[in-house]
Design a protein around this ligand. Structure first.
Ligand code: FAD
Ligand code: UDP
Length: 398
């Protein structure tokens, strides 16, 4: 159409949809959401696998958790949540251990029962070989926190596979802490609220976009050569949640990302591994973890095809051009480039940059939603409701 919307949102992930929903529902603005994929929802998108009835998260398992009251109230407007609590196990040399590191893991790994104080003393002794403040790389830092035996079993191989870099060459500040719990608590997340959307992620994401003032245009790349951007740039405010380097045509160089290849198999067994996520901690197993999606929704058991299950294996590698960017690598070089992109972003009239790609930050879903709500409060609402100047001010989501 030739009529301009009030706001263009590039990207239909949680960041973009939260901005669109607030501007449409709260301010009555006409919002056009442009999405280059064939579906909305960004990386949280999921599909029900038709043969088995199992919901598969297409871009890796997504577990929702938050302690942010405002985010929890907001997300509950669009979906109910199950009472799922995430737990992760790790396989190493033919044994299965309970992660994160806790008394169950310590007892089975060292083959002996320890009281909490005995376990604490054991780890203190094993980690005494390096002082944390002298650690110069990830390996030394990890050993200084948990000791060499646990590091070599559970961190070394997994980290090398995930980063394709020897842990002695990774920066010590990738791990600020490695939690060891001296009790049997093996919940993965510490947040106040946790659960999975009762009827799936896609239903949740679609309800956010389900407003008469919101139009979602799929298969539309804002940066495509046929000039989609020119229709809108400088004419209406734009919230851009795609990769910040791509927006500027990679003028300062590409930011580096890791991607994950997800290989899916439908197996003729009812239950493959008895739980949702099992990490592969051995260095010589090529994947980092195995996901069995039916276990995320035990309450749906009656709707699953008996005797079948969906298993996804994750293979991590550096992202090349055209790969999905998943985790920012964040080398010193990346950080220098990012500063230059932030300067460019701050000067870009009528464009706000947000979300995990727009800010080059790993954001959990609740963080992306919280950041979008604060962009709405601090920039969009003051502009549209009170006529305040739209200050690009670089990136949001800090
Ligand atoms: P995205 O969801 O990436 O959405 C950005 C959208 O912009 C995409 O749909 C993309 O196609 C679109 N786009 C980009 N460029 C253009 C363009 N030029 N034109 C049009 N459209 C464009 N979070 C959790 O809370 N719990 C988890 O367990 C969890 N697990 C994760 C596992 C993996 C493997 C990954 C990668 C992420 C995980 N996350 C998890 C994080 C979660 O995916 C993010 O919080 C969420 O995706 C952020 O939303 P966003 O809108 O910023 O970005
Ligand atoms: N990690 C590890 N062994 C494990 C789990 C995690 O060494 O069994 C380390 C690894 O360095 C990894 C980091 O912790 O990069 C974060 O873990 P992960 O990426 O699995 O977290 P998630 O993707 O679940 O947020």
């Amino acid at each position: 159409s030739t009529e301009l919307p009030d706001l263009v949102v590039v990207g239909s992930g949680f960041f973009g949809l939260t901005v669109a929903e607030r501007c449409a529902a709260d301010l009555g603005l006409k919002v056009l959401v442009l999405e280059r994929r064939h579906h909305l929802g960004g990386n949280a998108y999921s599909e029900f696998e038709p043969e088995t009835g199992i919901e598969v998260h297409k871009y890796g398992t997504h577990l929702f958790h938050t302690s942010n009251e405002r985010v929890w109230e907001y997300v509950n407007r669009f979906t109910d949540f199950t009472n799922y609590q995430h737990r992760v196990f790790g396989k190493y040399q033919g044994q299965v251990y309970s992660l994160p590191m806790n008394l169950a893991l310590i007892n089975s790994f060292f083959g002996k029962s320890h009281t909490p104080d005995e376990a604490r003393a054991l780890i203190a002794e094993q980690s005494s070989e390096i002082d944390t403040k002298d650690a110069t790389n990830l390996e030394e830092k990890a050993i200084s926190l948990i000791g060499r035996p646990l590091y070599e079993a559970f961190i070394k191989g997994y980290t090398a596979k995930q980063w394709q870099t020897d842990p002695t060459e990774l920066s010590a500040d990738i791990i600020t802490r490695l939690p060891v719990r001296y009790n049997f608590d093996n919940r993965y997340f510490n947040d106040k609220y946790e659960g999975l959307p009762v009827d799936g992620y896609t239903a949740w994401l679609e309800r956010m976009a389900d407003h008469p003032n919101i139009e979602v245009r799929l298969n539309t790349d804002f940066l495509s050569a046929d000039g989609v951007a020119d229709e809108f740039k400088g004419k209406v405010p734009i919230v851009y949640t795609g990769p910040v380097d791509e927006y500027f045509d990679n003028s300062e160089g590409r930011l580096s990302w890791r991607t994950v290849d997800l290989r899916t198999e439908i197996l003729d067994v009812d239950d493959y591994q008895g739980t949702g996520v099992v990490n592969a901690n051995d260095a010589d197993v090529p994947f980092t973890r195995e996901l069995e999606f039916k276990h995320l929704h035990p309450e749906r058991a009656a709707s699953y095809t008996p005797g079948r299950t969906v298993v996804v294996r994750e293979f991590s590698r550096f992202a090349e051009e055209g790969d999905e960017p998943y985790y920012p690598i964040n080398t010193a070089e990346d950080r220098a480039k990012l500063l230059k992109y932030r300067d460019l972003a701050a000067k870009e009239p009528m464009v706000l940059f947000g979300g995990r790609l727009g800010t080059y930050k790993y954001l959990d879903m609740h963080m992306a939603i919280a950041a979008a709500l604060s962009m709405y409060d601090n920039k969009l609402r003051p502009h549209f409701a009170d006529g305040a100047e739209l200050k690009s001010g670089g990136v949001d989501g800090e």
